[in-house]
Design a binder for this molecule. Structure first.
Ligand code: ZN
Ligand code: ZN
Length: 200
């Protein structure tokens, strides 16, 4: 049953980037709004919103799975088989949410790691960002916070707790820092300047 306070958020990127329209975009947006971005319920709820037959609804779900936008899982409960459909994060989704933070949702490093190993497309996207812009991405903020937390907010070189910076020991994996956390260290501003002066 649809309650008075129920609503669906249809984002512009669902239409523009995923090329969805009509019933497809409504169904996608509904599942996107469910807990864990997963649809486990009965189809009648979605039917109430979309006004389509069960048959059509299954066709829509199948086409979203075929397009790589949903993952279908088969579950057995008390001997009965039923299916769940979960949103599959796309590269575009990922870049906009995690890297650009366009949809103003921030994630923990665990959630980012859960996502998957970055594709080259994603790594290259991060690499092409101007460095100043990169430093302002939610992606980098999440990583640098994690590095500082892990270091218990102490400089790795002199143990100071003041003016802490996060320094790349190497830029070899720039764009995929997430999977090369050891490339990054927490050091204080003074030590940071020294490190860079020696390198020059
Ligand atoms: Zn540095
Ligand atoms: Zn220091």
């Amino acid at each position: 049953m649809i309650k008075d306070k129920n609503y669906i958020n249809i984002y512009k990127w669902m239409i523009e980037d995923l090329n969805l329209s009509g019933t497809d975009v409504i169904v996608y947006a509904m599942i996107y709004g469910f807990k864990d971005k997963e649809f486990k319920g009965t189809v009648s709820y979605i039917q109430q919103w979309t006004g389509v037959s069960k048959n059509t609804l299954y066709k829509v779900l199948k086409s979203l799975v075929d397009k790589g936008l949903l993952t279908k899982r088969e579950i057995y409960k008390k001997g009965n088989k039923f299916c769940t459909y979960k949103i599959k994060e796309t590269d575009t989704n990922f870049i906009k949410q995690y890297v650009l933070g366009k949809y103003s949702k921030t994630y923990t490093i665990e959630q980012m790691l859960e996502y998957k190993r970055f594709s080259n497309k994603e790594i290259n996207y991060i690499k092409t960002l101007k460095y100043k812009k990169f430093l302002n991405t939610p992606y980098w903020k999440i990583i640098s916070k994690h590095i500082k937390d892990n270091a218990d907010n102490h400089c790795a070189l002199c143990n100071s707790t003041k003016q802490l910076n996060v320094h790349h020991r190497t830029y070899e994996h720039h764009g995929d820092e997430l999977h090369h956390i050891n490339d990054i260290v927490c050091i204080c501003k003074q030590c940071h300047q020294k490190v860079h002066n020696i390198k020059k």
